[in-house]
Design a protein around this ligand. Structure first.
Ligand code: 5GP
Length: 182
């Protein structure tokens, strides 16, 4: 399971994993957030309404979920269980609260923290994204600070100094001798 602060490049690293290692299975989350330009329903996220998200929670359809910067995000449980039942690993890209829930439900899951090369680099990446209002960027920065403090809770830390290198390191962990939930 890959977690880490907003803006550290989790999405970019996971996209690189998909590109370089198309055999790696990546969970597609449900979210109440609106799609950004270029995001495709069913590929990047399942974009759902608040009512649909409520129903997923009520029917125990989510492995974990969290509210993040005003929207809800969750991992659909069915596809992950099906994947793990085949003995193959599954990769989740989620934020910290969700990572803690997965740890509680599946202690064997491997938690990987994606760290920025430096705090200054993270700040400039968050500001540079530019697709969101300043208030949202500031909220993400506050969350990022708290998330950086949590690095010690994770099994492994991968530094995103180079996207291709970080992607390969992550896949190496995922396919290491005891594959499972990462
Ligand atoms: P974004 O809006 O930038 O796509 O995602 C915001 C945050 O939500 C990121 O930190 C991302 O990792 C996290 N996230 C995406 N999907 C999930 C999910 O299914 N569960 C949880 N807990 N967090 C998620």
């Amino acid at each position: 399971m890959l977690s880490g602060p907003s803006g550290v490049g989790k999405g970019t690293v996971v996209a690189e994993v998909r590109r370089r290692h198309p055999d790696v299975w990546v969970s597609v989350s449900a979210t109440t957030r609106r799609p950004r330009p270029g995001e495709v329903h069913g590929v990047h996220y399942h974009f759902v309404s608040d009512a649909e998200f409520d129903r997923l929670i009520e029917t125990d359809g989510l492995l974990e979920w969290a509210e993040y910067a005003g929207n809800r995000y969750g991992t659909p449980a069915g596809p992950v269980h099906e994947r793990l039942a085949t003995g193959a690993p599954a990769l989740l890209e989620i934020e910290l609260q969700g990572a803690r829930q997965v740890r509680a439900r599946a202690p064997e899951a491997q938690l990987v923290f994606l760290a920025p090369p430096s705090w200054a680099e993270l700040q400039s990446r968050l500001a540079g994204r530019g697709s969101e209002p300043v208030a949202v960027q500031e909220a993400r920065l506050r969350i990022a600070q708290a998330e950086l403090d949590a690095a010690g809770e994770f099994d492994r830390v991968v530094v995103n100094d180079d996207v291709a290198r970080a992607a390969d390191e992550l896949v190496g962990l995922l396919t290491a001798p005891a594959p499972g939930l990462c």
